[in-house]
Design a protein around this ligand. Structure first.
Ligand code: SF4
Length: 417
């Protein structure tokens, strides 16, 4: 929690960014009056934008218009109901009752975001201040084009500087590091090259707890605690040995942060999911899967595209997955739906000629055995109106050993270029 002095300083900066907004909030005797006052203010700002005497650079204009739209959405009662949260209430309290106890719960990030939004609404975004207006806009023809081309070179160099912070797995030193990692992990797990290259060995040796993982890579206290808490709360967790070999042994390196973050949950996330337990459909189903499933195993949100989910497990659980709350465990037994349910779902697609594309997903369907996978593929490909079957898999990174010659033969059979 931020200390009171620092918070007051931040709030002062917030009001300085747009004195009119502060005045409206401060003068309003209720939150609803504040809402009406702010809407009126935003409408008048919008009108100003369209008046001829309002001379402003077009890029700045677009920015102001967009920020007004965002602020209106933030104020919308409907969005408050949907999110269960009122930004306006916090703003109004900050302006009316600066000593209210709830204000201490407001994060500096929230105030900073609001400060930028307030400033941008009144035209002070500093995005395109007069000095920064691109020079090419003052010219036309070849001269404008050359100046613009120089600007684009400059933008590229700027982006490149940032992108260089992120390493790629194709850099020679990272490739070497991973080869060494693999050897080290194989040593600890007493695995031969043949075993490592065998996808069923990888699946049998999925790492499911922080003690085993801690023997292969260094874990921070938070990482250990998150994995331990997930286990106690029966939240699925697992990592294939192959995927661990992509991580650096030391947790302090900058090169594997994204790789760890995909699979090692943050403690706050685990605690949140544990709070949802028993009520996960309501709380974690942010893609509204439950409301878009006309029959079991099918999700349909678009006219021509549908999802079929015959297999409800994966070798590891991705933290960003929109469906991970549906998965009971990594490589859970009995995760494959009974054939009559799969048949019913495939039959449903057959009866809907509007559907041209199907996503075969789950879980990760490529961790099914090849025969079961081929059966589903063959059933789907026999539907005349289906033009495309997309196989949704993470095995390319979690389990590349899965691409055996047998599987490649199956994929080749059903692939029509
Ligand atoms: S492999 Fe796919 S289904 Fe499984 S957790 Fe990752 S994103 Fe979700």
């Amino acid at each position: 929690m931020i200390d009171r002095k620092k918070l007051n300083r931040k709030i002062k900066q917030l009001w300085a960014a747009n004195k009119q907004i502060h005045r409206i909030l401060h003068k309003s005797t209720s939150m609803e009056k504040a809402r009406s006052g702010l809407y009126e203010y935003l409408w008048s700002k919008e009108q100003e934008l369209f008046q001829a005497r309002f001379t402003i650079h077009p890029l700045q204009k677009v920015n102001i218009r967009e920020c007004i739209r965002v602020f209106k959405n933030i104020l919308a009662p409907r969005n408050e109901v949907l999110t269960g949260y009122s930004v306006l209430l916090h703003l109004w309290r900050m302006a009316k009752m600066p000593r209210h106890k709830d204000i201490l719960a407001v994060s500096p990030g929230f105030i900073e975001e609001m400060r930028h939004l307030f400033g941008a609404v009144s035209g002070i975004s500093h995005m395109h201040s007069l000095k920064k207006i691109p020079r090419f806009l003052k010219y036309s023809g070849r001269k404008a084009a050359r100046l613009r081309s120089n600007d684009l070179d400059r933008i590229y160099r700027h982006c490149e500087r940032f992108m260089k912070r992120y390493h790629s797995g194709l850099e020679p030193d990272i490739i070497e590091k991973r080869i060494n990692n693999k050897k080290r992990i194989m040593g600890v797990m007493r695995a031969s090259e043949t075993q490592w290259a065998d996808w069923s060995w990888q699946l049998k040796h999925i790492i499911r707890d922080e003690v085993t993982l801690g023997k292969l890579i260094e874990l921070t206290r938070d990482e250990k605690s998150a994995i331990r808490t997930a286990k106690v709360g029966r939240l699925p967790f697992g990592i294939t040995p192959h995927y661990v070999s992509l991580m650096d042994q030391s947790g302090m390196s900058r090169t594997d942060h994204a790789i760890r973050a995909q699979v090692i949950p943050p403690l706050s996330y685990v605690e949140q999911m544990m709070e949802y337990q028993g009520d996960q459909i309501k709380q974690a189903d942010f893609m509204l899967e439950a409301d878009t499933s006309p029959v079991d195993l099918i999700t349909r949100r678009y006219p021509m595209v549908t999802i079929i989910k015959p297999y409800n497990t994966c070798p590891q659980i991705c933290q960003y997955c929109q469906r991970n709350w549906e998965i009971d465990d990594v490589m859970a037994e009995h995760a494959l739906a009974p054939s009559y349910r799969i048949g019913y779902a495939v039959g449903w697609i057959r009866k809907h000629p509007a559907i041209k594309e199907v996503l075969l997903t789950g879980g990760d369907p490529l961790t099914l055995n090849t025969e079961d996978f081929e059966k589903i593929l063959s059933d789907l490909s026999s539907i005349p109106h289906l033009e495309r079957i997309r196989i949704c898999t993470r095995t390319l990174v979690t389990l590349p050993q899965r691409f055996t010659s047998q599987l490649l033969r199956v994929l080749h059979t059903y692939h029509k270029p």
